[in-house]
Design a protein around this ligand. Structure first.
Ligand code: DX5
Ligand code: ZN
Length: 522
């Protein structure tokens, strides 16, 4: 499983390929013309090149996050405002999603940097992290109690647009005298031209100050004071435990960053001498890539229904299969039982491969048998199938999971009601799904066992903490009209539907599915 992180600037694009453990496998830095028309195609080609170079398969990429220098909607799907980059149209995320065929979420680049530092960098484990990107402009990302803080109106962190000079230099935000027009790269370029002459840049200003130019030194100190006051305001307002600096300008440590940090420490309000941890971002220019790649994808999750074929009308299986197929069911749940691991005997692999001929639905095999490896070998696997093996049924679980993947199916581990989620810690990154038994396996028509909803919540949190949100959670047993919404809200994505919902004597399968979907939309 891989994720893509992209950092889109005014003239360059960084693209990083990450694995499930958040390790950056490869990074590509490309300059591009900002008014490029087919930016999504350009990005897709770049990702394909990276996959080739990293010997990774494009189809194993599960999601893509892109940091942009602008304001995006909370769900990361729409660009609300971005200064002068024609290629970043309002529906850029949807266009890129159509080209890549994976979920794409956008995030403001400074927030991506903060999120990256919180997950993998200098801000790990901090409760209130402020990360200031000192680039052409100034962006500020805030991570509060483990979540990116956008503010109620989506504009949290706009430090760069604090008013610094009455009626001062015009800013891209439409106002005059903004802080970043005096303290960021772009603003210091203007100061360099004013002091050194046309064509000079911020780097020349630092050079001149290093060589003793008093005028350049005074201008830089003035910028430090303005920026320092802005940051002291943030510290006095938020009382962060961590303040980080990233972006091109943060490399000017001696003449800019260090005196700025000194200024902040001398001017901010403290109690018992406690100061925030103030440092340069640990991941350097890669911070936004990490943050974009692992941006939490918050949205109404899609749900999937997996019809338990052992509950269908065995005497009219043909009719049952076509009804199932035309009712919006996503998978055929095939229970394989050996009368040892569970006290029931059900659905041999050979019978199931004959059943395959009567439907085009993908199979969701559920192996409830000892020596599951011997069953896995016999399964007739097609693209898109899931195979669940019980944690309790083999001492070589990793080998069984590998066998499932080698056969081309998506791998899941099932756990009985009394088996804790924690047993899955080692195997999780290799899974596509976890199957939580909500009844003791073996029979249809049972009642849900207590504690299942909390168990789903606990697993969902584990997956989110490990940035493994792409792993599905399936529940199996008494997925009724009453239980499924609670299971879904607790974090489950797929439901094994049997006699509790879609195989009812007084209701067609289609009506059962419609009633379930309605319960889930509430
Ligand atoms: C349980 C079986 C499922 C399911 C049947 O071991 O794997 O087939 O529970 O659905 P219900 O519980 O709704 O009858
Ligand atoms: Zn099952």
């Amino acid at each position: 499983m891989y994720k893509i992180g992209i950092d889109i600037g005014g003239t360059k694009i960084n693209i990083g390929l990450f694995d499930a453990e958040k390790k950056i496998l490869l990074k590509n830095k490309k300059s591009y013309i900002k008014d490029i028309t087919d930016l999504p195609v350009f990005i897709k080609n770049e990702i394909e090149n990276i996959c080739k170079e990293a010997n990774a398969s494009f189809s194993d990429i599960v999601s893509c996050g892109a940091g942009i220098p602008g304001t995006v909607s909370d769900d990361g799907k729409k660009i609300l405002k971005v200064p002068n980059i024609e290629a970043l149209t309002e529906n850029f995320a949807a266009e890129l999603e159509n080209i890549l065929l994976i979920p794409v979420r956008l995030v403001q680049d400074s927030r991506a940097a903060a999120w990256g530092e919180f997950l993998c960098g200098e801000g790990k484990g901090k409760n209130c992290l402020v990360c200031v990107t000192l680039g052409t402009g100034i962006g500020t990302g805030i991570v509060l109690n483990g979540e990116i803080f956008n503010g109620a109106l989506g504009c949290a962190g706009e430090l760069g647009h604090l008013p610094a000079e009455e009626n001062g230099r015009a800013c891209g935000c439409g106002k005059k005298g903004c802080l970043e027009k005096y303290c960021a790269g772009g603003g210091l370029d203007i100061t360099a031209e004013e002091i050194l002459g046309k064509g000079y840049k911020a780097a020349d200003l630092f050079d001149a100050a290093a060589k003793g130019s008093e005028e350049a030194g005074i201008a830089i100190n003035n910028a430090i004071r303005i920026l320092g006051n802005g940051l002291v305001s943030i510290i006095n307002l938020l009382s962060p435990d961590c303040l980080l600096f990233s972006g091109g300008l943060s490399v000017q440590e001696e003449l800019y960053l260090n005196p700025l940090i000194e200024y902040i420490k001398n001017h901010c309000y403290t109690a018992a001498g406690r100061l925030p941890h103030i440092a340069r971002a640990g991941l350097g220019e890669n911070s936004p890539l990490y943050g974009a790649a692992f941006i939490p994808i918050k949205e109404k999750r899609k749900h999937f229904l997996s019809a338990s074929i052992m509950c269908a009308d065995i005497l009219n299986m043909d009719k049952a299969l076509s009804e199932i197929e035309n009712s919006g069911i996503d998978y055929l749940h095939c229970d394989i039982m050996d009368n040892h691991f569970v006290p029931n005997l059900m659905l041999a692999p050979e019978l199931l491969s004959k059943l395959r001929k009567g439907t085009s639905l993908p199979f969701d095999y559920h192996i409830m048998a000892e020596n599951p490896e011997t069953i896995i070998e016999k399964l007739d696997i097609k693209e898109g199938d899931f195979v669940s093996v019980h944690y309790e049924s083999t001492i070589h679980l990793q080998r069984a999971v590998s066998m499932i993947k080698e056969k081309g199916a998506k791998a899941a581990v099932a756990i009985n009601p009394a088996t804790p989620v924690s047993v899955l810690d080692e195997i999780l990154p290799q899974l596509d799904m976890v199957l939580i038994m909500s009844v003791n396996p073996g029979f249809a028509g049972q009642k849900i066992v207590p504690g299942i909803f909390d168990k789903i919540t606990k697993l969902k949190k584990t997956l989110s903490d490990k940035a493994l949100d792409n792993i599905l959670i399936e529940t199996d047993g008494n997925c009724s009209f009453e239980n499924v919404p609670k299971m879904y809200n607790a974090g489950a994505d797929m439901f094994v539907v049997g006699t509790s919902s879609v195989f009812k004597p007084d209701m067609s399968i289609k009506d059962g599915v419609e009633k379930l979907n309605k319960c889930l939309r509430k």
